[in-house]
Design a protein around this ligand. Structure first.
Ligand code: GAR
Length: 201
């Protein structure tokens, strides 16, 4: 069983799905630690409810991003983390964290990458007027939402959708594909060949 470290900033619904899938034995892993960059993130509460170590690390308590990330790396290593899952973690991962967990950081993004990277992706897609959007699980590299794509799910955008309706439709799919991608990783079934990720059969 692998140890997961989950980085969050807010609500933590994706964290919840990953914790639940681990607890149900669907993913051969356990969430070993949850780290938030905001002390008031509801995700921390969810982790504590599940008896999982959860801590807030405030960037303002460190001289720079490298110092902040070095502390996060120490915590992740202390908990023997194999895979880092970003679950609504609203910061770019810097070289310190990336270097310590090269190829072992995953993210969920609420759009069909490479379209609409960055913040408010659902609203970006809605404003653009696309007829389909969705979500993407990908490995994290040094760009913004640019790493190798592991899994995607597509949802329709309807004429009378609001941003909130679209966001909710996408979130449903996030909750399905993020645990699935983490499962495949933990089963050592993800093969990365350059930009292309395939699933061992
Ligand atoms: C999710 O929709 C996730 O895809 C998005 O934030 C939300 C977090 O929800 N992530 C990003 O936009 C990353 N740039 P959650 O805290 O309930 O999982």
């Amino acid at each position: 069983r692998k140890n997961l470290g989950v980085l969050v900033s807010g609500r933590g619904s994706n964290l919840q799905c990953i914790m639940d899938a681990c607890a149900a034995g669907k993913i051969p892993a356990r969430v070993a630690v949850v780290i938030s960059d905001h002390s008031d993130a509801y995700a921390l509460e969810r982790a504590r409810q599940a008896g999982i170590p959860a801590l807030a690390v405030n960037m303002r308590d460190y001289p720079d991003k490298a110092g902040y990330e070095l502390y996060i790396v120490e915590v992740l290593q202390k908990h023997g983390v194999h895979l880092v899952c970003l679950a609504g973690y609203m910061r770019l991962v810097g070289p310190t964290l990336l270097g310590a967990f090269a190829g072992r950081i995953m993210n969920i993004h609420p759009a069909l990458l490479p379209s609409f990277p960055g913040l408010h992706a659902q609203e970006q897609a809605w404003r653009y007027g696309v007829k389909y959007s969705g979500c993407t699980v990908h490995f994290v590299d040094d760009g913004m939402d640019t790493g190798p794509i592991i899994m995607q799910a597509v949802v329709p955008v309807y004429d009378d959708d609001t941003v909130d309706m679209l966001t909710e439709r996408i979130l449903e799919q996030e909750h399905r594909i993020y645990p699935e991608a983490v499962k495949l990783y933990c089963e050592d079934k993800l093969i990365v060949e350059g930009r292309r990720v395939r699933v061992r059969v």
